[in-house]
Write a new protein. Structure first.
Length: 75
């Protein structure tokens, strides 16, 4: 994400180039999938985020918080 900002800063004084650059190079907003899953405790993105029951914790944070959330470990 930082790369497009560097390029944008280099051409910021040229209005037509900025408009074309923004049209083709700005990352799109993520509404579904792994890019949208974020841990509410540590901020980790992507795989390993448990979103079931609206938890939105990564696996590490979930293991630390499971007892306080009311989960029991069987076996």
């Amino acid at each position: 994400m930082g790369e497009y900002k560097k390029s944008l800063k280099a051409i910021e004084h040229k209005k037509p180039k900025v408009a074309r650059f923004m049209k083709h190079n700005v990352p799109k907003d993520r509404k579904n999938g792994l890019g949208n899953a974020v841990c509410r405790r540590c901020g980790k993105k992507g795989m390993g985020v448990i979103s079931k029951y609206g938890l939105n914790y990564c696996r590490r944070c979930f293991r630390e918080q499971a007892k306080t959330l009311g989960f029991k470990k069987y076996s």
